[in-house]
Design a protein around this ligand. Structure first.
Ligand code: NAP
Length: 249
């Protein structure tokens, strides 16, 4: 018996980086995983949802790739409908999709980019939670995991990125309270600095590259959170770096 046998999980932003690592780990633990990202990534970075799904299937797992821009309401609605048609339930939603534009001055940021960062990092989780929530309310069980950041509390990310993660943090804490009566857990996972594809194009990430961990290191923490409900663990922020000591793993 694996830890996530019988569960259905959606991981947003699973074409590369942390999302791909969490999706793979969930599938190894027996979950059926929906891997989502945009149909065409404007980043030019390697990785697609089809490749993630093929990697999972090659290891004997089950994955459903679904194209979805999380900032687009109709695409989010369609994704949830597709998942329900295929699996009939959703146990875990990992809000991982995110844009990392760090360290720029307010004068360098044009308004369209500000709006795009807010749309992906804040509106995205709002939309995915909004459309998944009725499913979990029916089940009277479920689990939302938001990928947070140390930039929520430390002034490291700059005026564009940090406010998006601070907003996601508070959104998650408020949602945890709102949905507790339906036995739905909402927690924030702060993965710490990663060696992801996204990090590889942030100039100052090169300076502490040796201190960063591979996204796969976050897997056990993400599995632990996926096993929670509102009776066991909700409204918390878990730091990957302290996971072993603090949470007994
Ligand atoms: P990454 O390598 O850049 O991957 C980002 C993922 O998000 C990709 O799969 C990308 O897919 C997807 N994505 C971007 N915009 C999207 C949209 N509109 N709709 C759907 N998917 C979208 O980044 P990462 O380092 O793995 O970061 C993942 C998460 O961890 C982010 O929320 C980030 O803020 C957080 N985080 C990262 C670090 C770090 O050190 N890297 C530290 C703390 C927190 P497509 O481009 O293919 O659509």
């Amino acid at each position: 018996m694996r830890k996530l046998d019988g569960l259905e999980a959606i991981v947003t932003g699973a074409s590369r980086g942390l999302g791909r690592a969490i999706a793979r780990e969930y599938a190894r633990e027996g979950a059926k995983v929906v891997v989502c990202a945009r149909p065409q990534s404007p980043t030019g970075l390697a990785g697609t949802i089809d490749e993630t799904a093929r990697g999972i299937e090659a290891e004997g797992g089950e994955a459903l790739p679904v194209t979805c821009d999380v900032s687009d309401e109709s695409q989010v609605k369609d994704m949830v409908e597709r998942v329900m048609e295929r699996y009939g339930r959703i146990d875990v939603l990992v809000n991982n999709a995110g844009i990392m534009v760090l360290g720029e001055s307010i004068l360098e940021i044009d308004t369209a980019r500000w709006d795009q960062n807010m749309a992906v990092n804040v509106r995205g989780p709002y939309l995915t939670c909004k459309y998944v929530l009725p499913v979990m309310m029916k089940q009277q069980r479920g689990n939302f995991i938001s990928i947070g950041s140390r930039t929520t509390t430390e002034n490291r990310g700059g005026v564009l990125y940090s406010p998006t993660k601070a907003a996601l943090h508070m959104f998650s804490m408020c949602l945890a309270e709102e949905v507790q009566e339906h036995n739905i857990a909402v927690n924030v996972l702060n993965p710490g600095p990663l060696r992801s594809e996204g990090s590889s194009i942030i100039p100052w990430a090169q300076q502490d590259w040796h201190l960063r961990v591979e996204p796969e290191a976050v897997g056990p923490c993400a599995v632990y959170l996926a096993l929670q409900d509102a009776r066991s663990f909700t409204g918390q922020t878990v730091l990957r770096s302290e996971f072993g000591q603090t949470w007994g793993f």
